[in-house]
Design a protein around this ligand. Structure first.
Ligand SMILES: Nc1ncnc2c1ncn2[C@@H]1O[C@H](COP(=O)(O)OP(=O)(O)OP(=O)(O)O)[C@@H](O)[C@H]1O
Ligand SMILES: [Mg+2]
Length: 84
């Protein structure tokens, strides 16, 4: 149902565009009906991963599929955001 394939997200911070690797090469699968524990210490990249999953931000690399469709797909937007 949710498939994350090797995603990384790098932020460029501040005037000097200092690079911050928020998520590095993360892969995971969550199947329908599964209870998935998404845990990690502060700064591990949990919130960034959820933002990527919601298509609020774009990954630097890798891809995220919902029911086999990319999260940026219009059909996925329709499924998870009733405003669009
Ligand atoms: N917009 C941003 N610009 C620059 N760096 C960021 C940005 N968002 C997150 N980061 C950095 O990316 C890393 C991961 O942050 P993230 O907020 O995803 O972690 P988290 O697992 O949700 O942490 P917490 O448990 O504290 O909520 C941290 O080093 C954070 O400082
Ligand atoms: Mg967080």
């Amino acid at each position: 149902m949710i498939k994350i394939e090797g995603i990384s997200k790098e932020f460029k911070e501040g005037l000097r565009a200092k690079k911050v690797m928020a998520v590095e090469d993360l892969s995971l699968d969550v199947h329908k009906g599964e209870v998935f524990g998404f845990l990690g210490p502060n700064g591990a990249g949990k919130s960034t991963t959820i933002k990527l999953l919601l298509n609020l931000i774009r990954p630097t690399s890798g891809r995220i599929l919902i029911n086999g469709m990319n999260v940026s797909d219009k059909e996925v937007r329709r499924l998870i955001d009733e405003r669009s």
